[in-house]
Design a protein around this ligand. Sequence first.
Ligand code: UGA
Length: 434
Amino acid sequence: MRITIVGSGYVGLVTGACLAELGNKVTCIDIDKARIAKLARGIAPFHEPGLNGMLKNAISKNCIHFTSSYKKGLLQSDAIFVCVGTPSKKNGAPNLEYVSNVFISLAKNIGDHGVIFIKSTVPVGTNKKMQSLFKKYNKNPEIKFASNPEFLKEGDAINDFKKPDRIIIGADDSNVQQIAKKIYKPFNRQTNRMIYTNIESAELIKYAANSFLATKISFINEISRLCEKTNANIDEVRQGIGSDPRIGAQFLYPGLGYGGSCFPKDVQGLIRAFSANNLDANIAQAAEKSNDLQLQFFIDKIKKSTNSSLRKSNILLWGLSFKPETDDIRESLAIKLIKAISSQVKNLYLYDPVAIPNSKLELKGIKNIHYLQEKYAKIEECNFLVICTEWREFWDPDISKLQKLKNKQIFDGRNILDQKAMLDANIQYNGIGR
Ligand code: UGA
């Protein structure tokens, strides 16, 4: 099939690479010409395991092309996936400007047929609004519309695309279902993952799914705070409740809170959808509030345990990305923590396997920050260690090196270290709810 992807962010590129691998003729359109030039050489603009290899392979087989021209990119496409971003505006509402611009460009350049699937996360009702906008410029009844929300996790996006839990197709036209079925057939062989809904349900499924997962995280984080005030241990409580299949063990790991480009934005988006319909978003609001409290609770713990010595302390901090296997620092709790405490400490020494370049841009105004090439460098000069992201290389650190920390004290914001091993090594350990 001929497939066009508009927007070469992580959803667009993963979709494009996975569909090209099947032999479809895929063209990715992006208005960023520098990005297109890099992509033509098989280099993604962000870190996503496996993606560069897939892109290079598809390029060599002539199955994927990159362009900034809608005219070239749309040549007789059977399916067009809109994957541009919908970042939050200052007031918290999603910015739909990019999606609107894409629909105008599509209307002006599309061929005589095709289904336009919206993969971008958009508020319920957006698809219908975009259809009206499109029809101002193009009245061809052969162009169809659908919502096809994406459920990729950064860092594991290719796996999620190839082994989906579900493929949601929201459409009012049964021909659209047939085209979607054909596109997704190779990912749908063992069990039927297709779920057909109306357009509005598909849009809401995305917000509801992300907000539910965010709520689950906020719930366990709140329980972890209670654990710290009692003699309960969050690891035991998590296991005890997660083993009930009605609750489930996934997304029940306590930490510094949820971050990234999706959960905070989508919880906020759901709250707005309730408000726009004169309803209270009690649960989503509580999840958001609890998430903010979690980071503050951790910061207060650091302040309390280091007493008045914080101002004179050098901090070693591991993990800057919002989660492992990505260089994405959007809404990263590590970055928020650094911004909150940098003025209250002497120096901050930061290490991350891939997110340092993005962090440098984000934190450039802060003077007492130093970046490390290696995670133990400067450990002798640091008073304590803070772990913010659970990269694999942090799980089993060299204890003899950790003992070089001046105060022999660790704040583990992801509960990845073995608490007993730390205590045995005479290192003061502070986890989450442990
Ligand atoms: C999330 C969803 O998991 C995807 O299904 C969805 O497609 C994506 O948003 C999106 O809307 O595009 P992502 O933001 O990449 O994916 O990352 P997650 O793995 O979901 O993690 C989100 C945040 O929750 C991270 O800060 C992570 O550290 C935190 N988290 C996750 C926890 O604190 N505890 C957990 O048990 C799980």
